[in-house]
Design a protein around this ligand. Structure first.
Ligand code: 13P
Length: 253
């Protein structure tokens, strides 16, 4: 297999200590039982739970990631967390450029590229999120928007080894709506072409492109089976062990 499937849970701003640790332990135990090595599993809890979740999944292949980072290594940035700090507490990954950050925190492509570059330099892998709004889709601008976001928010030092792209149509996040499988494949194939233009064909062929936005046990199989879909970035359904495990099970080719 050229690209190993990645199933990533983005817990967003959910989870207190007890339930976060219980969720992580549940995923660890259930994933261990599958014995699978053909698929990578990642959980991305809020900053407050990173250390405890890392401890909870110890002894398993479940990886841990953060949901954002600053681009600086340290300094006067009240409330921010640096990639070096994330690496220090055992993070494997960090998500950057999620649409909730682009919207709520006015993050630009340029800032996201800076964050991604710093995270890669700190030894983390990055998941860079892109995706169009409903208005942009209705106006037929989906591919244009995604192209601009990739060109602007994927840093020059990105490779297939250190970077994953997540295509998350903004209108599909938390709404229960998804594009059709044909629409998803069309965008993913277009994304791979843009990555090829930016980072070369070898990187494009090997880079994982995840789908995110209302992925659930009931639709995961058909989405992950698409040729250019290499896994999922899951919000709501990653908060229940059974749902998250069902999505992992659906990723079996
Ligand atoms: P939902 O799975 O809740 O739609 O969220 C998707 C998402 O934003 C993952 O980053």
């Amino acid at each position: 297999m050229v690209r190993k499937t990645l199933i990533a849970g983005n817990w967003k701003m959910n989870g207190l200590l007890e339930d976060g640790v219980a969720l992580a332990k549940g995923v660890k135990e259930e994933f261990k039982k599958t014995g699978r090595r053909d698929c990578e599993v990642l959980v991305c809890p809020p900053f407050t739970l990173l250390t405890s979740v890392k401890k909870a999944v110890k002894g398993s292949r479940v990886m841990v990631g953060a949901q954002d980072c600053h681009y600086a290594e340290k300094g006067a940035h009240t409330g921010d967390v640096s990639p070096v700090m994330l690496k220090n507490v055992g993070c494997d990954y960090v998500i950057v450029g999620h649409s909730e950050r682009r919207t709520n925190h006015h993050e630009t492509n340029e800032l996201i590229a800076q964050k991604a570059a710093s995270a890669i330099k700190a030894g983390l892998k990055v998941i860079i999120c892109i995706g169009e709004t409903e208005k942009e889709r209705d106006a037929g601008q989906t591919i244009d928007v995604c192209t601009k976001q990739i060109m602007g928010s994927v840093p020059e030092i990105a490779t297939a080894q250190n970077t994953v792209i997540a295509y998350e149509p903004v209108w599909a996040i938390g709404t229960g709506r998804t594009p059709t499988t044909a629409e998803v494949e069309e965008v993913h194939a277009a994304i791979r072409k843009v990555v090829s233009k930016k980072l070369g064909r070898a990187n494009a062929n090997k880079m994982r492109i995840l789908y995110g936005g209302s992925m659930k046990p009931t639709n995961a199989k058909e989405l992950i089976a698409l040729p250019d879909v290499d896994g999922g970035l899951i919000g709501g359904a990653s908060l229940k062990v059974a749902d998250f495990m069902a999505i992992i099970a659906a990723s079996k080719q």
